[in-house]
Design a protein around this ligand. Structure first.
Ligand SMILES: Nc1nc2c(c(=O)[nH]1)N[C@H]1C(S)=C(S)[C@@H](COP(=O)(O)O)O[C@H]1N2
Ligand SMILES: [Mo]
Length: 411
């Protein structure tokens, strides 16, 4: 935000109320919300999936599921800028019992467990802490799962379960320091206002190692892209874990528990685990693979202005552009190949908005020979890690980051 004091003034209780008000959110209770599963003809192409505008504070989104809501960002949105607009930002929840409004006066963020002084913070208390801001990509562990071969179960996302925003809020460290983490603490666990739909269903809770939680970058956001969080993206508060997959970015955060032993709850121990191998890769059916909780993101890049199957004119310079991100570090380089990976050339990088965010890239090339061609784009991050040429596989469909190929015809 260019003017933080202005923004701060705007975030009064009344403003929070207005956004969380019943009127704006009434559509949450509309019939569209209550619809059950829709059919997803994904293998025929991501473009075949239905578009919905039925969700509050959201524009046109790819509808994956209504209960709980799974909304994907239509891919063309990524061509419009480095930050993903809030009303087009993807949405993912595990359980369908989600408050349709939040009373900002009675809302409390509780901090308890292995601390000297348990806290019960109002939103005003949170707003009074030093402000912190960071650009970061929020990406679902299963982004692009629909492309896994052999196919795997789960939300059949295309590439739109990711978004980049500038997050504003407070450092988690500042909140933990006010409570005073006791010696012997090992993890910090986050819980939100959403609840399981079945009595014995495991509540969605996630934990980070205490040192990670106190690294000064992990934060509690109350705004994204200069606006309060949309309800479906976690109003009024959510966790931001720069460089790590979105599963840790707990939404509607109202409870922080400091643990003195490792968290073995379902969402840490059973769900969201990956093979402890390079690229989280294994063979279908392979036995005895050591699994660990998913963690850092890896580099990815995408062409945003040329679609698969498009025709580009021969002998004329064509502009190819897109987005890239380094994962848990910045983007060092983005290379484009127009000949299916035989030769590569470096593209021009756009402004650096911070190492955890999207980076725009652009290049020009003049296709010579007529006929089919394959455009490929490859990101190398600041740690020197480049996207692999072979797609990974694991049973949950996590961490896909293979070099993307876009077949076109030159005519
Ligand atoms: N409270 C809560 N937070 C949550 C989840 C959830 O189900 N409940 N899902 C997580 C997962 S798996 C993802 S991908 C992101 C999605 O964030 P978004 O909906 O803002 O895009 O939220 C994370 N935080
Ligand atoms: Mo996710």
């Amino acid at each position: 935000m260019s003017n933080t004091s202005l923004f701060r003034a705007a975030l009064t209780r009344r403003q929070l109320m207005r956004q969380a008000g019943i009127a704006g959110l009434a559509t949450l209770a509309s019939p569209a919300w209550a619809e059950t599963m829709v059919t997803l003809p994904f293998p025929g192409g991501v473009g075949d999936r239905p578009i919905t505008t039925a969700f509050p504070q959201k524009g046109a989104m790819v509808l994956q599921r209504t209960r709980p809501p799974l909304l994907e960002t239509p891919f063309e949105v990524y061509d419009t800028g480095v930050f993903t607009p809030n009303d087009r930002f993807f949405v993912r929840w595990h359980w369908a019992v989600i408050p349709t409004s939040v009373d900002v006066d009675s809302f409390r963020l509780n901090v308890h467990g292995h601390v000297n002084k348990p806290l019960s913070l109002t939103l005003k208390d949170v707003l009074a802490l030093p402000q912190f801001e960071i650009a970061a990509v929020n990406q679902c562990s299963g982004n692009s799962r629909g492309f896994f071969a052999p196919r795997v179960a789960g939300g059949e996302w295309g590439n739109g379960a990711m978004g980049n925003a500038r997050w504003t809020g407070v450092r988690l460290k500042d909140v933990l320091d006010r409570a005073g983490v006791k010696a012997g603490a090992v993890q910090v666990r986050f819980n939100g206002l959403d609840k399981p739909v079945v009595k014995d269903g495991p509540d969605f809770i996630k934990s980070l190692a205490v040192d990670h939680a106190r690294d000064g970058e992990v934060m509690i956001a109350y705004a994204m892209n200069g606006q309060q969080l949309p309800l479906l993206n976690g109003f009024p508060l959510r966790v931001i874990v720069p460089g790590w997959y979105a599963t840790y970015w707990v939404k509607m955060l109202n409870d922080i528990e400091v643990l003195d032993s490792p968290d073995t709850n379902f969402w840490m121990k059973t769900a969201y685990t990956i093979p402890d191998t390079p690229h989280a890769d294994m063979k279908p059916g392979q036995a005895g693979v050591k699994m660990v909780p998913i963690n850092r993101m890896n580099p990815r890049s995408f062409i945003t202005n040329v679609k698969s199957g498009e025709t580009i004119p021969a002998g004329k310079p064509a502009v190819v552009r897109g987005i890239a991100f380094g994962g848990d570090t910045g983007v060092k380089r983005v290379d484009l190949s127009a000949d299916g990976g035989k030769t590569w050339h470096t593209t021009h990088l756009g402004r650096d908005e911070g190492r955890y965010g999207f980076r725009r890239w652009e290049t020009r090339f003049t296709p010579a020979a007529k006929g089919p061609a394959t455009l490929m784009v490859r990101c190398t991050n600041s740690s020197g890690e480049a996207q692999p040429t072979q797609a990974n596989w694991n049973p949950a469909g996590f961490m896909r980051n293979v070099i993307e190929s876009t077949p076109v015809s030159v005519a």
